[in-house]
Design a protein around this ligand. Sequence first.
Ligand code: PLP
Ligand code: COI
Length: 357
Amino acid sequence: MKFEHIQHPAPVPGATRAQAIADPGFGKVFTDHMVMIDYDEGEGWHNATLGPCEPIPLHPASSVLHYAQEIFEGLKAYKLADGTMALFRPEANAKRFNESAKRLAMPELPEDVFIEAVKQVVKKDADWFPGVEGGSLYIRPFMFANEHFLGVRPATKYKFIVILSPAGNYFKSGAPAVSVWISEYTRAAPGGTGAAKCGGNYAASLVPTGEAFAKGHDQTVFLDAAEHKWVEELGGMNLFFVFDDGRVITPPLGGTILPGITRDSIITLAREQGLDVAEEMYSIDQWREDAQSGKLVETFACGTAAVVTAVGKVAGRDGEFTIGSGGPGQLTTTIRDKLVGIQRGTVEDTHGWVMKL
Ligand code: PLP
Ligand code: COI
């Protein structure tokens, strides 16, 4: 697909940019450019542009504003040791984007177009790469329905956009371990949209997340909808449990949790290290019991934004418990170092996960 380049009339001045990217935190700073591609039922995908990142006019009847037909992805561009930039498994994001599109009755975007769009905007705004240790360019591709129509049916018009946000740590102060709150609310039910990366799942997670924050925790743990017993995932991350005999388990992908690309990478890396990794249901009662008996030695959360972060404390209506020492355990640290090393080119990439730009 050919991208029309639209000149930015007033890019952010260098000094202002330098200040913005010195310590950007997560999701607050946006770069100068974005990619936008339109979809029309008759024409298919067309009108691809690389232009200024700016507000877009929306008709008040745009169906996304009423029925939330919206999906997104999250991936990062990293700087390698030699100064070049690289993406981590962007094909996996392109594939998952299309799985989400299918679930939300939206058109699929060819994987090569998804990847080309990401590459174009990252190359254009390469000088927005943050200066902070561990920094990256967080990439947010998304698609929404923008037909003006109030009937409830799949729309016939969509927009695909890619924006960039220079990112440091997701959790404030790069916390060594986070504290999580077990929600009474349900995130996703069997047959629902839990495995899709759609805005609606996150909207449903905001009350429980607000509750978690108000009680001083960093994330929400969601349990299964039917029995409210099995641990599924956090509001924006997957979970792993590590036992004293070296066994590792992570909840299985049953359609109610997001199939994380970090999760998949960690399963591969841990198995290569000789660990026994099972995709197995794990109950909240067992989690508490194993943590208290010392059988469970680590729990960590993983995702693009959060990378690999130890869970130190778990709290809920029935009280709270601490995992291990309350800080990052051994596997959490080694698996994080290995993953980050591959992403940043200091550890050999034997899987072809790193795509240089
Ligand atoms: N689970 C949820 C609900 C998420 O939002 C994310 C983040 O994208 C993840 C898991 C982890 O997915 P990934 O590793 O692909 O970023
Ligand atoms: C990501 O990790 O990319 C996500 O979308 C999760 C969200 C917490 C920012």
